[in-house]
Design a protein around this ligand. Structure first.
Ligand code: 5GP
Ligand code: MG
Length: 175
């Protein structure tokens, strides 16, 4: 895998430190509240797993599967499709949706719309990466670990052709 990496843009240590800091903010903001954290699969899997282990109080976890990319193409489909919805009921809960990256915003706009139908008490977004330059939808990250430039990255949950998700860092591939 490593032979295909052009450059590491966020090291394992940098990610670890930042995830811990964001988790601390979440702990302060949600202590004493009923919280459900919803991860967006597959990309948000690693970030979700690391983030929730810093939360010391009771929290419910669920996932939603959303398709935005076709096969191994690096171009997003025009619409995001929810292909597997949450099972938990979030009425009366505070909700945080966790994803790997906020890019055009289509994935999270669709996910939020679906969750809002259940009337949760509140809903916020937490992403590892934020690519502000590519935004098409009016979606704002309430918690964001890193702003990145408009480049295609892999690792820490993010894939290319379903590979590289298990890299512990964020990197750009050789072209
Ligand atoms: P959006 O719907 O915001 O355009 O895209 C969000 C989804 O597209 C992310 O959850 C992620 O799966 C994918 N995505 C966006 N940018 C990148 C990127 O740079 N690398 C990878 N691997 N996936 C990306
Ligand atoms: Mg995704």
């Amino acid at each position: 895998m490593e032979a295909e990496i052009e450059k590491v843009i966020l090291s394992e240590a940098a990610i670890k430190e930042r995830v811990q800091n964001i988790a601390k903010r979440i702990v302060v903001d949600y202590e004493g509240k009923k919280l459900t954290v919803i991860g967006v699969l597959n990309g948000g899997l690693i970030f979700l797993a690391d983030l929730i282990r810093h939360i010391p109080f009771t929290v419910k976890i669920d996932t939603v599967r959303v398709n935005t990319y076709l096969g191994d193409a690096t171009y997003p489909k025009r619409e995001a499709d929810i292909v597997d919805n949450i099972r938990l009921k979030v009425k009366g809960e505070h909700v945080i949706v966790v994803d790997d990256i906020l890019d055009t915003g289509k994935t999270l706009a669709k996910t939020l719309q679906m969750i809002k139908e259940q009337n949760p008490l509140s809903i916020k977004i937490c992403v590892l990466l934020n690519k502000r330059a590519r935004r098409e939808e009016n979606v704002v990250a309430d918690y964001s670990c890193f702003d990145i430039e408009n480049q295609f990255v892999v690792g820490y949950g993010l894939d290319f052709d379903n590979k590289y998700r298990n890299l512990p860092y964020i990197a750009v591939l050789k072209t």
